[in-house]
Design a protein around this ligand. Structure first.
Ligand code: NAD
Length: 299
């Protein structure tokens, strides 16, 4: 079996995912525009390529983990992009969260090269990426899904087939819209409780055994000091950037408009994180919503 995998996009998520593949015995060929992260993977045993095209010329299995639609389009279709040199019979798996229409377009272009492209966005933060505990939501032909799963199983604990290409993105967009909303709600509830004199850790432990419990409260609490090893306890560094969450809410907004579906809280969240990004929170973890709510309360 072919144990060589190409990996493009070695950021907060991709670098852990790629390292897990190395640890599971895959030979990796990697590329990123950021030389520092490439070096980190080389130190872990991966081979560095000079472009996405070179990655595609060296392996038929490629995973991409890039910020947004425009980066995916560039890495696949640009000069020196994957599709300029992809080998017939290749499989490309894109785990970035992007517009489902872009996934469908990439799949069509890949088909024209006798290859297959699947969308496989992930849920779970950087700690889940590190621990190979991600959920992959995959869109593409069922038989190709089975092949992709053998690779994705090394980076996640749930690999779910959602349907045709683009449906993985659809599931992901819905999840993140809910997460964006629940993070604002958790921040608001934690901040109110503190204003009322409650100890934040105690309040969190009550929420987490009550009906308000959610991932934002029990796994990724936005209030500093409640949990260790989450961005809120590390000055909101690392994790999932507010700018990326804002991007995902833009995708939800487009999807809602395209299907004439009401998403009142989704629209509110989109405006809330857009303002945060404008105020300079873009590179901080999105759980810094707590800081914003605290500061508008004058605390
Ligand atoms: P990131 O910005 O940390 O990493 C992206 C990487 O892509 C960077 O290393 C960057 O240098 C590289 N890159 C950008 N343009 C490139 C190009 N043209 N060629 C090669 N490399 C290029 O982002 P991330 O947090 O790792 O997220 C990646 C994707 O996963 C996003 O779509 C995000 O929405 C999604 N996601 C993130 C999280 C999270 O918690 N961080 C969770 C689930 C899903």
């Amino acid at each position: 079996e072919d144990k060589v995998v190409g990996f493009i996009g070695l950021g907060n998520m991709g670098n852990h995912m790629a390292k897990n593949l190395v640890n599971k015995g895959y030979s990796l060929v990697v590329f990123d525009v950021n030389k520092a992260v490439v070096k980190e993977l080389q130190d872990a045993g991966a081979k560095a390529a000079g472009s996405p095209a070179e990655v595609a010329s060296l392996t038929k299995h490629i995973v991409t983990m890039l910020p947004a639609s425009q980066h995916v389009t560039e890495v696949y279709t640009g000069n020196n992009g994957i599709l300029s040199s992809v080998q017939s019979g290749s499989m490309m798996i894109d785990s970035s969260t992007i517009d489902p229409a872009v996934s469908q377009e990439m799949a069509k272009l890949a088909g024209g090269k006798n290859s297959v492209y699947l969308d496989a966005p992930v849920s779970g933060g950087v700690n889940a990426a590190k621990g190979a505990l991600l959920t992959f939501m995959v869109g593409g032909p069922k038989d190709k899904f089975e092949v992709a799963k053998t690779i994705l199983d090394n980076m996640g604990k749930n690999v779910v087939h959602c349907g045709a290409v683009g449906t993985g993105q659809a599931a992901k967009i819905c999840n993140n819209m809910l997460l964006a909303i629940s993070m604002i709600g958790t921040s608001e509830a934690m901040n109110l409780g503190i204003s009322l004199g409650l100890d934040p850790k105690l309040l969190a432990s009550i929420l987490n055994t009550s009906s308000g419990r959610c991932w934002s409260s029990d796994t990724y609490n936005p209030c500093p000091g409640v949990l260790e090893n989450v961005p809120s306890s590390n000055d909101y560094k690392g994790g999932f950037g507010t700018a990326l969450m804002t991007k995902d809410l833009g995708l939800a907004k487009n999807a809602a408009q395209a299907t004439s579906t009401a998403c009142p809280l989704g629209s509110f969240a989109q405006e809330f994180y857009t303002k945060m990004t404008e105020k300079g929170y873009g590179q901080k973890d999105f759980s810094s919503a707590f800081q914003v709510i605290k500061s508008v309360s004058g605390k």
